[in-house]
Design a protein around this ligand. Structure first.
Ligand code: SF4
Length: 77
């Protein structure tokens, strides 16, 4: 389970985030390309935009459920 205390600081503010367990497998940005992408450091993925419609929201939830190391968190905010 992702931990907000271990959240990468380059995630955009808001509900979903990637924490430091990320192994850059690329799955989340393949599932939810409008919300996840590789960081500028190219060593982890980040949330660059929070979901703004139902389709993006369901893709973010699918990405979270698919992450092999449970590095994606949802603080519900
Ligand atoms: S699915 Fe998980 S491990 Fe893979 S890039 Fe996304 S956050 Fe990182």
């Amino acid at each position: 389970m992702a931990e907000i205390a271990r959240r990468w600081q380059d995630n955009v503010a808001g509900r979903f985030y990637v924490d430091k367990e990320c192994i850059l497998c690329t799955l989340c940005h393949e599932i939810a390309p409008d919300n996840f992408r590789e960081s500028e450091q190219a060593d982890h993925d980040v949330v660059y935009k929070q979901p703004t419609n139902d389709q993006e929201l369901s893709q973010c939830i699918e990405a979270m459920d698919s992450c092999p190391v449970e590095a994606i968190g949802d603080d519900g905010a």
